[in-house]
Write a protein that binds this ligand. Structure first.
Ligand code: PLP
Length: 348
């Protein structure tokens, strides 16, 4: 049986959150002399002399409506990378506990584990980049606190089959984190719809991909109110800045534009998927549920350098176990994709 209290670090369980000036005073006032801000104003523009809402109430209310969850089930981070780091700090005792991830996958799980002195357990995805549930369960130790699953997976681009994830959620008594950074490009339901069913489920999403807001740094974690309360307790008080909160609220009012953009990116992805296999230098184009495509080519290092010379940067993933020979290519604009295809067709 999963019991959150059993896995939270004792120091985290005991500690109190920082009480900010904005927490201690909640009424209406016109003179704010409580937070050592600059009352004269800001050189960066209106309002930025004041600290932002540490609880991001307006933003969470809007996101909750959009995603069909309660505001208490949402944590907002300075990118989902912040949520990844805080999840480690919440449950993994440095030098004692471990996490399990499934390479080839997103590199920050490993980096964040290393930073937090958390041991790394790696179970390779299957040949078709799926979850080997039994092998994962065989590798789980009493110290394994978190399993990271990326779906759609970066850099392979595919969704992980939901049945294998639910099997893991039922059998594992630690946190199962499903990173859905690319879910908006997939024809699949988000795992946020199953939060009630699984108390150990954490779903990560981000505004960096479909929403086009990578520069503003806004990531989301969805989980039970109990898990979210702990993440909120340990986060830096003002982790989401005022400009990001304002601009995200504006963006959230433009759902139709979001849908149009996703549609265009998916269309462009399909065009690339059709064109790339016809190129003599391309060996395999892997199916993609994301805004990038993993492509196995005959000479990955040569092709990478050749594209760079033409001013086109892709990601060389050919040295990652499981991605031998592969480049990861983000879907660009129509013009960028044409430029890419033209260049690849001339490579020999
Ligand atoms: C799978 C995955 N998760 C998380 C992130 C990081 O997202 P953010 O920009 O919200 O920190 C990325 C970024 O590339 C990613 O590929």
């Amino acid at each position: 049986m999963f019991n959150l209290k059993d896995i939270i670090r004792p120091n985290v369980l005991k500690m109190k959150a920082y009480s900010s000036a904005r927490d201690e005073f909640k009424g209406a006032a016109s003179v704010f002399l409580d937070a050592n801000e600059n009352s004269l104003g800001s050189l960066a523009g209106d309002k930025y002399n004041r600290y932002p809402d540490p609880h991001q109430r307006k933003l969470k209310t809007r996101i909750a409506e959009l995603k069909g969850v309660q505001p208490e089930q949402i944590f907002l981070g300075n990118g989902s990378d912040e949520a990844i780091d805080l999840l480690f700090r919440m449950v993994c005792r440095p030098g004692q506990d471990s996490m399990l991830h499934l390479p080839p996958t997103y590199g920050m799980y490993e980096v964040s584990a290393n930073l937090n002195d958390v041991a790394l357990q790696a179970v390779q995805l299957t040949d078709d980049f799926q979850l080997p549930v039994e092998e994962v369960l065989l590798n789980v130790k009493p110290t394994t606190k978190i399993i990271f699953i990326c779906s759609p997976n970066n850099p392979t681009g595919n969704l992980i089959e939901p049945e294998s994830i639910s099997e893991l959620l039922r059998a594992f008594n630690g946190l199962v984190v499903i990173d859905e950074a690319y879910i908006d490009f997939a024809d699949a339901r988000s795992w946020t719809s199953r939060l009630q069913e699984f108390p150990n489920l954490v779903v990560l999403q981000t505004f960096s991909k479909a929403w086009g807001m990578a520069g503003l740094r806004l990531g989301l974690a969805f989980a039970s109110p109990e898990i979210i309360a702990v993440l909120d307790k340990i986060k830096p008080p003002y982790n989401i800045n005022e400009a990001t909160q304002e601009l995200a609220l504006q963006a959230l009012g433009r759902e139709e534009a979001l849908r149009d953009m996703i549609e265009e990116i998916v269309q462009e992805r399909e065009l690339l998927m059709e064109a790339l296999p016809n190129m003599p230098s391309v060996e395999t184009v892997f199916p993609s549920d994301a805004n990038f495509i993993l492509v196995k080519v005959k000479d990955p290092n040569g092709m990478y350098k050749y594209l760079l010379d033409k001013g086109i940067v892709v990601r060389n993933r050919s040295s990652l176990p499981g991605c031998e020979g592969c480049l990861r290519i983000s879907v660009g604009t129509l013009e960028e994709n044409q430029q890419l295809l033209q260049a690849i067709s001339q490579f020999n």
